[in-house]
Design a binder for this molecule. Sequence first.
Ligand code: NAD
Length: 485
Amino acid sequence: MTNIRRLKNYINGAWVSPDTTEYGDIWCPATGEKIGEVPFSTAAEVDKAVQAAKEAYWEWRCTPPLTRARYFFKLKDLFEDAFEDIARTLVTEEGKTLDESRGEVRRMIENVEHATGVTTMMTGYNLEDIAHGIDCTAERQPIGVFGAIAPFNFPAMVPWWFMPYAVVCGNTYIVKPSEQVPMTQTKIFEIVDACGFPEGVVNMVHGAKEAVNAMLYHPDINGISFVGSSPTARHIYKACGETGKRVQSLGGAKNFVLVMPDAELDKSMPSLITSFYGCAGERCLSGSVLVAVGAVYEELKKKFVAAARALKVGNGLEEGIQMGPLVSQKHKEKVLGYIEKGIQEGARLLLDGRNITVEGYPNGFYIGPTIFDEVHPDMTIAKEEIFGPVTPIIRVENLDEGLKLIEKSPYGNAACLYTTNGKTAREFKYRAVASMMGINLGIAAPMSFFPFGGAKGSFFGDIKGHGREVFQFFTDTKVVIQRWT
Ligand code: NAD
């Protein structure tokens, strides 16, 4: 019998049970069992977190940057000690494999490491004698209270694309994890609590729409970092525009992966398969359409189907499992709906993952690797984000045709190309309308010291996640012009 745990919010340095009577269920996708309950916090509870963050701001803002950074040096060590525990919690509620989860936790910690460079990353600039005897300085100052709103697919990492930078720059913070996977961030905040930040500097409020909208319209929140689907990302962007908040809003994706006739197919196959089936396709950087350019089509299809068929699907906590379940029964049904749609619209099902059985887990939310051939660019499965282990294959005659597919898509998160020709690679990265590009790799994931975010309907805002630029997002540039005669 699984223990059902009711989660609490973390506000002003303490774990608090919210007043709400509304709770959502948390599931283990591998077994299909309920494992916990998450509070749907109300606007009043969000307000308590904002008041705590606001109260803590001035003293934290006046704390020297190096002192602020030291909290993150300590936090890094605490995270390393709890590494395996965080990774396992993540698998239990999200479903990815343990190796994928470890990779995610590593990426989370890398953001903590990068943020500790605040003393060089937050500096401004100056010039003497902008006019005779007058000097000018541009100084970076923290702004106030910021918040992150996270999606389900990277429960550990995504809030940490933003939070360490905001806080090390002197702001205070509120994290709203996805209500589907709130346990991982709760585990992480137990470690944050042990780190001993001053009360109110970092807070976590669980919830769904009501909590999000309370954050968007709260007058004392100065900026929002959002990651999730494009319709929600657009809503966040509009609301922040209306309320005058800083905003970076990362949305959904439809990533095209082109394979040229000169690609080294055997060497490329492991990364191609990881691109489409890693994290069960629930990744904003996943390959979403496999585009065979010219003569590579038959051989690519044959090898890709064989490799996908060989993947071991099961409970991500077990050794040797290469693909886990989908996050929820609801999401599984959505992905099954896309497979039905593909069949109805005339695509040919080459590999059908619908009736997969995983021994020992009859109630898990599994779908096996699925592949469609004879896919037309206008079909739903070629256009919409499926976010599951489904690969539509499209055949084009040349690179130009492939680039047009990317240009036509309303999304522009990532695009990848497999080739042995440098000129083709250059043309691809030069012309493709997407912001994260992979050449001979299928997941173009920027590390913490490069910016993360897409183009077109995949990103709303100017400054992306992490990288150097994020220090600008979390600071205002104050210009001081001085004359001392
Ligand atoms: P989602 O948009 O359903 O939810 C994201 C967050 O928004 C959650 O915290 C949720 O509580 C909140 N939310 C949902 N609907 C809302 C509404 N109507 N009003 C206010 N708040 C709302 O996304 P998801 O299903 O959790 O995550 C998957 C999506 O995230 C995919 O589209 C994926 O591509 C995208 N994603 C993008 C990136 C990126 O870097 N661009 C990274 C990870 C995930």
